[in-house]
Design a protein around this ligand. Structure first.
Ligand code: NDP
Length: 271
């Protein structure tokens, strides 16, 4: 891909620490090029203690907007001027738009996850039984998205149970511990099982039903032996790259006001 940066080229990017693993530049730059937009997407390694200055720099440098990834999604809230309704409910921001010096925070992880489920897996959580592992920034966005869809049962499991309990109170769910004797039946009856932790799920594949959709949101690692076994016994596997694609589609549309070239972005990610 050739890069042609000019005096009027608009800059967007991603703030993260670390940020080296990100596939977002590949996806967005392919989209800008496909639509002939004079824009470029750059990675910025921003240390947690520098986040405030970095966000201030969006205004000073007239950057059009940024994505935020670990560990900035919740810490950024206090430095932004306005929040979208979703970002306010979720308590985390992954997309910032600079509207003439006003920094507005959005959460496209939630909509991206919902869209990925519908578009790529034909799955509607309404009336379904769902188990979510993880209650960090991504877990919050996913539980919020699920709560909007109206599942029959939402079970949240997290290493730090207090965080799962807070989520369950806010978004209407219940909490189970990793080692709870009830866990087996929750897993066996689940229609959708989501890994929103940063570690690989280590479960017994014979605990799950063969019709379950297992969605691992982390895309930067190979399949765990649990996922391989689950696939072998018929379970469908959802890819984190699909969520990355759709959260990127929404961010692209917020920054550019143009309809995103979804197929181009999909091919750039190899989803
Ligand atoms: P957070 O740091 O906010 O949350 C991490 C979660 O993982 C928490 O639930 C944490 O539990 C749990 N966890 C971490 N280490 C362990 C461990 N050793 N044992 C058990 N649980 C553990 O991160 P995010 O929620 O922002 O992101 C989580 C992952 O999802 C990241 O890998 C990120 O890259 C990925 N992601 C993917 C997206 C996509 O588009 N595909 C979008 C957003 C995120 P505890 O609360 O107890 O600390």
């Amino acid at each position: 891909m050739s890069v042609n940066v000019r005096g009027k080229t608009k800059i967007v990017g991603i703030f993260g620490f670390p940020v080296g693993h990100t596939l977002s530049p590949r996806m967005h730059n392919a989209a800008f090029q496909a639509l002939g937009l004079d824009m470029i997407y750059l990675p910025f390694e921003v240390r947690p203690e520098d986040l405030r200055d970095a966000l201030q720099g969006i205004r000073s440098l007239n950057i059009l907007g940024v994505n935020l990834t670990q560990p900035h999604k919740t810490n950024a809230l206090e430095y932004l001027d306005e929040l979208s309704e979703e970002a306010e409910h979720i308590g985390a921001v992954n997309t910032v738009v600079n509207r003439e010096g006003t920094l507005i925070g959005y959460n496209t992880d939630a909509t991206g996850f919902g869209q990925s489920l519908r578009e790529d897996y034909g799955f509607d959580p309404r009336g379904k039984r769902v188990v979510v592992f993880g209650a960090g920034g991504a877990g919050r966005a996913i539980c919020w998205a699920l709560s909007q869809a109206g599942p029959q049962r939402l079970v949240i499991v997290n290493r730090t149970p207090e965080k799962a309990e807070a989520l369950a109170r806010e978004f209407g769910g219940c909490v189970t511990q990793w080692d709870d004797p009830e866990m087996g039946s929750e897993l066996g009856e689940a229609d959708l099982l989501i890994n929103a932790t940063s570690i690989a799920l280590d479960l017994e594949a014979d605990m799950i039903s063969d019709t379950v959709l297992i969605y691992d949101i982390v895309y930067a690692r190979g399949e765990s032996s649990f996922i391989e076994q689950a696939r072998g016994q018929g379970a469908r596997i959802g890819k984190g790259l699909s969520m990355l694609l759709y959260q990127g589609v929404s961010a692209f549309e917020l920054w550019t006001g143009e309809q995103a070239p979804v197929q181009v972005m999909r091919e750039a990610l190899g989803v």
